[in-house]
Write a protein that binds this ligand. Structure first.
Ligand code: ADP
Ligand code: MG
Length: 631
């Protein structure tokens, strides 16, 4: 059985890990990085993922997609504001969902995230020397039902068998607690690029029991960056009457510079943001620059309200767990943004504890996911570990008067199942519509509607007689399944889900195929480029031979030159058949040329002539030294 991996699919960075000899280990990507930027770029018809996508962002702002996790499983009306700030086009999709428009194509956020997963898994498969198919993927604890489902679907689109979706802070606690003995209560504080999670767990005897979880899926490091962006842009606007945020390329550069400044300020007390040639004066066409000093104090002032916002979820988690700050034994920091000194300070202030920094804030989540994958696969080195997690938000149905009737309250241990009986309000009512809601507010309209379920085919009967049994079933992934049946008639009626933003099965299947086709096309494209490059280096070698073999006959030189010219033309035509033909011909001509001129040039060269083509095929910039005739 191939090993299952654990994947931290982050807003900003993703990490993949696997169990190796009883311990979880991060698997480095093809570029040698332990973390992979969750960035996907479309360039021509090529798909770039990770560091290479990130690097070209400023040059390709409309087709470089980042922080897509902010949109996954979301309704358009929830993300409108964030969408407006994005350098790429985010718009409303079918059924109130979110779509990203790139090069005239509409992509679901799930599809984009699938590209990140695909790269992580492909690189890991290459590193481990086995094809990986099974994975545990993490989500912020505070992700609602649709966000979880969408994440699972992203995994499926990437061709993965998603063993489990687990909460990021729970995963971090698993990584932290693996080697701890004794009982303790820990608070995991995870502030990443786009989301904030707080989870309180009790650890002891291999049991990891989540007591409560709270968070804010709209708060992360990127919000801190945007404060700096706004500060820079507003200042620039005041001085030059020009809003840099309206220029996509300038905006992308501002965002990058802002993040860099923020990171600098985690170590230094001041930093200079310098963006030469950020734009041109529209009238005089003279270049304009940004050059500004940002102090840590100013940064803390700009982000004061964001810092205040972390307080409430911590207090909420404590009160839900019926604990006070003094009951917490350890505070574990996870996520890159916990490196901000003011964040550390506020955590210490709220909890009264110096945060424990024994776990790597970038890797803990993936490591914990790998542990969970190991547990599911029955990895014997792990012993008996039991993970008890909870659902982060209350689930219920809308009842008369527009209120929510809770079915499963927040912080209930999952899996969980609950059945309630509802009835009809009118005589001979043929069906009912059940609005499934998630959230903590008393009025239905203030909560998130996960979908409307229609139960149809109820036989005619007086109002209040029907017995409609609605069952909510949350699986170990925290994903809800709803069933309903009418009991008096004894018949199970059909359920139709409407008004839901998650993709349906046929969409997922189509996207799996598309993704596979794209992967195949990328591979074919790469091979094509390699063939072209191979022919080109052979052409360069031929030209060199002509120049260096002064004693060769003009006729021989002309023949080789003709083949080289043909190669050049074939390369330009991009025609596969022509390229293959030209390759064959040039190889032959080169071999003949080398053989006939062997006496005049080095003996070693002729033996190498045939080999040169093969070598050039593998390496596009071979202008091989051992191919040169010896002087
Ligand atoms: P996610 O889980 O969302 O993928 P990460 O945990 O990787 O995110 O954190 C990414 C965020 O952390 C980014 O906003 C990044 O700018 C921020 N970050 C990384 N290093 C530092 C640092 N030294 N100081 C402040 N912020 C940092
Ligand atoms: Mg994270």
């Amino acid at each position: 059985m191939a090993k299952a991996v654990g994947i931290d699919l982050g807003t900003t960075n993703s990490v993949i890990a696997v169990m190796e000899g009883g311990r979880p280990e991060v698997i480095v990507n093809a570029e040698g990085g332990r973390t992979t930027p969750s960035v996907v770029a479309y360039k021509g018809d090529e798909t770039l993922v990770g560091q290479i996508a990130r690097r070209q962002a400023a040059l390709n702002p409309a087709a470089t997609l980042f922080e897509v996790k902010r949109f996954i499983g979301r309704r358009w009306d929830e993300v409108k504001e964030e969408a407006a700030r994005s350098p790429f086009a985010v718009k409303e999709g079918p059924g109130g969902s979110v779509r990203i428009s790139v090069n005239g194509k509409d992509l679901a956020p799930e599809q984009v995230s699938a590209e990140v997963l695909r790269k992580l898994v492909a690189d890991a498969s290459a590193k481990l020397g086995q094809k990986i198919t099974d994975a545990v993927i993490t989500v912020p604890a505070y992700f609602d039902n649709s966000q979880r489902e969408a994440t699972k679907q992203a995994g499926e689109i990437a061709g993965l068998n998603v063993l489990r979706v687990i909460n990021e802070p729970t995963a971090a606690a698993l990584a932290y607690g693996l080697e701890r003995k004794g009982n303790e209560t820990v608070l995991v504080f995870d502030l990443g690029g786009g989301t904030f999670d707080v989870t309180i767990l009790e650890l002891g005897d291999g049991v990891f029991e989540v007591k409560s979880t709270a968070g804010d899926t709209h708060l992360g490091g990127a919000d801190f960056d945007h404060r700096i962006v706004d500060w820079l842009a507003e200042d620039f606007n005041k001085e030059h009457n020009f809003d840099l945020r309206k220029d996509k390329q300038a905006l992308q550069r501002l965002i990058e510079a802002a993040e860099k400044a923020k990171i600098d300020l985690s170590n230094a007390s001041e930093t200079t943001v310098s963006l030469p040639f950020i734009t041109f004066d529209p009238e005089t066409r003279t270049p304009m620059h940004v050059e500004k000093v940002l102090t840590r104090a100013k940064f803390e002032e700009l982000t004061a309200d964001l810092l205040r916002r972390v307080r409430k979820p911590v207090e909420q988690a404590l009160s839900d767990a019926k604990l006070s700050a003094s009951d917490i034994n350890e505070v574990i920091l996870v996520g890159g943004s916990t490196r901000i000194p003011a964040v550390k300070r506020i955590v210490q202030d709220i909890t009264g504890k110096t945060p424990n920094e024994s776990v790597n804030p970038d890797e803990a989540v993936a490591l914990g996911a790998a542990v969970q994958a190991g547990i599911i696969q029955g990895d014997s080195s792990l012993g008996d570990i039991v993970l008890v997690d909870v659902t982060p938000l209350t689930l219920g149905v809308e009842v008369k008067g527009g209120m929510i009737a809770p079915m499963i309250t927040r912080n209930t241990t999952v899996p969980a199942k609950k059945t309630e009986i509802y009835t009809t309000a009118e005589n001979n009512q043929p069906g009912v519509e059940i609005n499934v809601l998630q959230g903590e507010r008393p009025m239905a309209a203030d909560n998130k509607s996960l979908g409307r379920f229609k139960l149809e085919g109820i036989p005619p009967m007086p109002a209040g007689r029907a017995q409609i049994e609605v069952t909510f079933d949350i699986d170990a992934n925290g994903i809800l399944h709803v069933t309903a049946k009418e009991k008096t008639s004894g018949k199970e009626s059909s359920i139709r889900i409407e008004n839901t933003t998650t993709l349906d099965k046929s969409d997922v299947e189509r996207m799996v195929q598309e993704a596979e086709q794209n992967a195949a096309a990328d591979k074919a494209r790469k091979e094509k480029v390699e063939k072209r490059n191979a022919l080109d280096s052979l052409r360069v070698q031929a030209t060199q031979q002509i120049e260096e073999n002064t004693s060769a006959s003009q006729d021989a030189k002309d023949k080789l030159k003709a083949a080289a010219d043909e190669a050049e033309e074939a390369i330009r035509s991009e025609d596969d058949a022509k390229i293959a033909d030209a390759q064959k011909k040039l190889e032959e001509e080169l071999r003949t040329f080398m053989t006939t001129n062997a006496n005049q040039s080095a003996g070693g060269a002729q033996a190498d002539a045939a080999g040169a083509g093969a070598q050039a095929k593998q390496d596009d910039d071979v202008i091989d030294a051992d191919f040169k005739p010896a002087e």
